[in-house]
Design a protein around this ligand. Structure first.
Ligand code: HEM
Length: 495
């Protein structure tokens, strides 16, 4: 009996403590070794200080705690709140061990800005660049990044490209909304994905809806699945499957590219920027200041990565717009008023991107939808050297997680952050607190395009339809993206 009591009161807590601290101790020992060997910028051991925090359990790190807050109790922001209570928040950083790597979490506006702006200290880190393509915008660094970025931005983010895209995407949105009302009840996430992918087909490569586009959709589902999986390339793994899907999708786009090249050479001319039809034409036709064009591989890698970056994110934003407008009828009423009044002046013509710019309230609804959607909860970087921040060292090779979700849900940054209040956008957000699209040199290359698509969708929705949620109390899930469990099932009809 006394052995049992000793075991429960002494040995088990001791073992627990040992388990709890051994990972931190292990990193402390490694740090010492590096310092003794003259690493960590050759500073004396007294200077190097890791940010406050905890490295978690051996092997798992803080994964269990992360899953506890994100999956089990469904209070994702308490993951950071609990750390603030334990370690304080002066540094704006915590050390951790998450997603298989030691690293830091940056959660304050200042710390996030510091990481976002320091390209020389932190390189972009996606789960796998192999899947999106080694010459895609997300994978390249430095001058190569600036070069590819200028091509991609000109093709999708400048006013003249947005003008063209605004007209291109509307017929599908109008058709989709009609078909939703014919169906009566729909799952918003599923339908938003469908219309977004049809539009991707149209303005990326002039593809019409049909079996070819459906096959591509399946391939991209495989690619996205692999991006979230461990990068282990063995038969049957999601990662291997994603690589195979990517190869097939690239082959398909290559055929389209070859057809376009042939057409161009037949015409014996190269298109100018403003003559382009779809994104592939745009990327193929653009030239840099030296007159150089993107190679075929660069065009294809960027097409694939743009689909990956724009497909699910835009679909989720549309889903959240439907969700929030169903919950906030006053917002929907004002949205309707503004868009009905514009419609009167349009005489049945399609909306232009210039019209969208004048929809003041609608644009506030777009911003608030994207803030609350928190589509990207965090952005990843890897430190390329030991980096000092507020007296703490972020060690070389560590994963740096910018916890942008927390910026948007923290009441210190936004009043009553969980309420959907487009009027808050009558004033700009506090500096550094609104980073839904990231920031610095890698700010989302499709941010204007995403906003435009959501605004156009809101216009056609508000002028013609009404809807109600079937399960207004559906449980929320947060991984891989925040989404009600039922994908927002709604009954949908004409006004
Ligand atoms: C609401 C929708 C969207 C959200 C919330 C979103 C969010 C983000 C975020 C957080 C980043 C990372 C920025 C960083 O690393 O600092 C990013 C990067 C990127 N996004 Fe988006 N995005 C959206 C839509 C789109 C669309 C529609 C496209 C294009 C079709 C797109 C293309 C890209 C690209 C190419 C990058 C990489 C930029 C670079 O590395 O230079 N995104 N996005």
């Amino acid at each position: 009996m006394s052995l049992l009591i000793t075991c429960v009161l002494v040995i088990m807590p001791l073992l627990g403590c040992l388990l709890w601290w051994c990972n931190d101790f292990w990193f402390f020992l490694r740090l010492k070794t590096v310092q003794n060997e003259g690493g960590a910028n050759s500073k004396s051991s007294s200077i190097i200080k890791l940010p406050p925090g905890h490295m978690g359990l051996p092997y798992f790190g803080e994964l269990l705690s992360f899953l506890w807050y994100f999956k089990i109790v469904g209070r994702p922001d308490d993951f950071i709140n609990s750390k603030r209570l334990k370690y304080g928040d002066a540094a704006g950083l915590y050390r951790t061990h998450l997603f298989g790597s030691p690293g830091v979490i940056a959660f304050s506006p200042a710390a996030i800005k510091f990481v976002m702006q320091s390209e020389s200290n932190f390189k972009n880190d996606w789960p796998s660049f192999e899947i999106v393509g080694m010459s895609s915008l997300v994978a390249v660094e430095g001058i190569a990044h600036t070069r590819i970025r200028s091509f991609v931005s000109r093709a999708i983010n400048l006013p003249q490209s947005l003008r063209r895209i605004a007209i291109m995407v509307q017929p599908r949105i109008i058709t989709a909304l009609k078909s939703w009302s014919n169906q009566g009840t729909i799952v918003a996430y599923k339908e938003a994905k469908k219309v977004t992918f049809e539009n991707i087909g149209t303005f990326f490569a002039s593809l019409e809806p049909g079996p070819v586009l459906d096959t591509l959709d399946i391939l991209f589902a495989g690619i996205l699945g692999g991006l979230r999986a461990s990068p282990i390339n063995f038969p049957g793994s999601a990662f291997r499957h994603a690589l195979q899907c990517r190869e097939k999708a690239t082959k398909f786009f290559k055929k389209e590219l070859d057809k376009k090249r042939k057409k161009m050479s037949d015409k014996d001319n190269i298109r100018a920027d403003d003559n382009t039809d779809d994104l592939m034409d745009g990327l193929m036709g653009l030239k840099d200041e030296e007159g150089k064009q993107l190679s075929d591989t660069e065009v294809l890698d960027n097409i694939v990565s743009l689909v990956v970056a724009g497909y699910e994110s835009t679909s989720l934003a549309i889903m959240w717009a439907l969700y929030n407008l169903a919950k906030y009828p006053n917002v929907l009423r004002k949205l309707r008023e503004e868009n009905m009044s514009l419609r009167k002046h349009k005489n049945g013509e399609l909306l232009t991107s210039d019209d969208v710019a004048k929809l003041i309230y609608t644009n506030k609804v777009v911003e608030e939808t994207i803030r609350m959607a928190n589509i990207a909860a965090f952005i990843f970087r890897t430190s390329t050297k030991d980096v000092e921040y507020k007296g703490y060292t972020i060690l070389k090779g560590w994963k740096v997680m910018m916890w942008i979700r927390y910026l948007h849900t923290n009441p210190e940054n936004f009043d009553d952050p969980m309420s959907f209040n487009p009027e808050r956008w009558s004033e700009p957000a506090k500096v550094g607190t609104y980073q839904v699209f990231g920031g610095g040199p890698r700010i989302c290359a499709g941010n204007m395009l995403a906003r435009l698509q959501v605004a156009i969708f809101l216009h056609h929705l508000a002028i013609g339809y009404k809807w109600e949620m079937v399960n207004p109390k559906a449980k929320m899930t947060y991984l891989p993206h925040p989404k009600p469990e039922d994908g927002v099932m709604i009954s949908f009809s004409k006004l």
